[in-house]
Design a protein around this ligand. Sequence first.
Ligand code: SAH
Length: 352
Amino acid sequence: MNKHNLIEKAYQTNDLSKGEIIFLFESITPEEREDLFSKAMQTKQAYYGNKVYLRGLIEFSNICRQDCLYCGIRASNTKVKRYRLIPEEILACCDKGYELGYRTFVLQSGEDLWYTEEILSALIQQIKRRYDAEVAVTLSIGERDVETYQKLFASGADRFLMRHETASQELYGKLHPTMSFEDRRAYLNALKGIGFQVGAGFMVGLPGQTPIDLAEDLHYLKKLHPDMIGIGPFIPHSETPLGSEKGGTINDTLVMVALARLLIPDSLIPATTALGTLHPLGREMALKAGANVVMPIITPTSVRKQYALYENKICGDDHPEDCRYCIERRIQTVGLEVDLGRGDSWQFLSNA
Ligand code: SAH
C-alpha cells in the first residue's frame, strides 16, 4: 500500500497492523512524515483542541534501588551525588508551582523506599487539602506492591506514570537486571484497575531495539489504553553500561509520537524533556506531531542537575519561573495555547 494511504488509514480507523507500522517506520520520507504529523495534529485537535496542558514536575529523590542499564541514577552509579527532598521541601515546591499556575503536580523519583506508604500518603493528603482550587497529584515512583498503590490512591493520588519501557520481553530483560517484564505489566494493569489515570510509554532507539519492537510498543499501548503515553528518545549516559551506545533520533521519536496519537487518539501525550534535550526545538516539534502536554520542571535548582537520567538534560540551571514562561512562549510559537486546568484524559472524563 502507498504510504500516504497508510497514513490516511491510520487517521480514519486508528488502526494499523504491525507490518504496516514497520513498513511506514522504515521507509517514511520527509514529505510523508509531514503528512503523518499533520494528521496526528488534526487528531489531537479533534480530541483536545488547541490546548496544551502543563504539569509541574518535582523530581524529589534520585536514590534508586533498581539498576536499569540506561539510567544515570541506577543504583550502581556511584558517581551520582544522591539527594532526597523531605515532605516539607516537596510541599514548598508545590506552593511555588501553585503560584505559577500549575494544577497538576507530578512527583517523580528513583525507587526510594525511604518514602514509606505512610510518608507518601500523608504528603498526598496534604497536597490535596492545601489549595483553594482542586489540584491533581501524579505519582511516578516506580514499583511498589499493589496494596501500597491502593492506599496511595485512597489517599487522593489521581494518576500514576510508569512506562512499560519496551514491549520486547527479551530487550526488557537485558535492560532491567533487577526487574521483571511480567511484573511491570501486571503493575500497570493493577494501577488501572485501582482507578488511577495511568501513563505508560517507552523509549525509542534503545540498543538492540528493532522496528518490530516499536510496532509491538504501539500495539501494546493500544490494548492497554492508558490515559497518558510518554515517548522519548533513549539518550546514553556515560556512567552507565550503555554509555558508548548510540541514542534514539529525533525523527524516529516524532514518528512514534505521531503514530501513538493516531492509534490511541484520546490519550494525553507529553512533549518530553528528553526530546527537548536532543534538539532545541524537540518539544515544539512533538507538539506539532500530536503531543498535547508539557511537564516543566519545578525541582529546586540546587538539586536539578543531580536528577540526571541522561546527560545534558535541559533546564539544569533554571528556576521554576524560568521554565514556566519559557514553556508558555514555546507553546505559543507553534500556535497552541497553555491550559492550566487539571487536564484530565478524555477516557477519564468520559467515564466520570
Ligand atoms: N522510577 C520511576 C521513574 C523513572 S524515570 C519509574 O520507574 O517509573 C522516568 C523515565 O525516564 C523512565 O521511565 C525512562 O523511560 C526514562 N529514562 C531513564 N533513563 C533514560 C535515558 N538514559 N534516556 C532517556 N530516557 C530515560
